[in-house]
Ligand binder design. Structure first.
Ligand code: PMT
Length: 219
């Protein structure tokens, strides 16, 4: 591959957690730091791509050259992705999207009392599955963070969401960490990337993505 092997390509990346509001001061979120998604953005820029980075709440600095769209809830992330997706070649969904949102969040701070508080949660739409199901989808790369049965659950997710490529990682290895160890799952099988800094892992994921992208477009 040439050093600028993604020159002329537009890549949309989601990164970080989402935040689902409970009331004026509280919410539900998860432990994604955004590091893996931001590393993908940086590696894509190095490779010559035009990068749109849809980021959930994270204090990480924007990689130089990326266009960043900040979002908070998964509904906002869905809106931002849908607005950009018609013009992109590749979609890399790294965000740890909350699976549920709080029905009827309170405008005001909920006052504490002695009663048990019950939250009603409703499932969020699956942003990646929606994109992959479009009539003319971009080349879609999914991620899966699993705490057990990594390869089995990862491959199930890849097939269910109809993805040409899925990156499977262990929650314990990946979330919040500086390094990562991943498996690339595609129609040819599985391929391990040994533990390395997230930027190195990101470069290898994108090189593999570029090869598969070419196979799909010039079969
Ligand atoms: O941010 P870091 O601290 O660096 O951690 C990186 C990471 C662990 C968050 C990342 O490497 C990772 O694995 N991201 C996916 C997390 C996950 O568990 O996703 P999932 O199994 O819930 O979803 C599978 C895929 O569908 C993902 O590509 C996800 O972005 C996407 N999805 C999921 C739910 C939803 N409502 N919409 C989605 O688009």
């Amino acid at each position: 591959l040439q050093p600028k092997y993604l020159q002329g390509k537009k890549i949309l990346i989601t990164a970080g957690p989402t935040f689902e509001r409970i009331d004026a001061v509280r919410g539900i979120t998860n432990s994604s730091s955004g590091k893996m998604g931001f590393a993908i953005a940086k590696a894509a820029i190095e490779a010559g791509a035009e990068v749109i980075l849809v980021a959930g709440p994270t204090p990480l600095p924007t990689p130089l050259g990326a266009r960043r769209v900040n979002v908070s809830s998964s509904q906002e992330m869905l809106g931002a992705v849908n607005a950009e997706v018609p013009r992109v070649d590749i979609f890399v969904s790294v965000a740890a999207v909350a699976d549920y949102y709080v029905l009827n969040p309170s405008e005001q701070k909920i006052k504490k009392d002695a009663h048990i508080l019950t939250l009603e949660l409703a499932p969020n739409p699956d942003i990646l599955a929606n994109v992959a199901g479009l009539a003319e989808p971009p080349f879609c790369v999914g991620f899966a963070a699993e705490s057990e049965n990594l390869l089995e659950y990862g491959e199930q997710k890849r097939r269910r969401k109809k993805l040409p490529l899925l990156v499977a990682n262990q929650v314990q290895d990946a979330m919040g960490a500086e390094d990562n160890e991943v498996f690339l799952l595609d129609d040819h099988g599985q391929h391990k990337l040994n533990r390395a800094p997230k930027l190195d892992i990101a470069r290898a994921i994108l090189q593999h993505t570029a090869k598969l992208y070419r196979e799909y477009h010039n079969p």
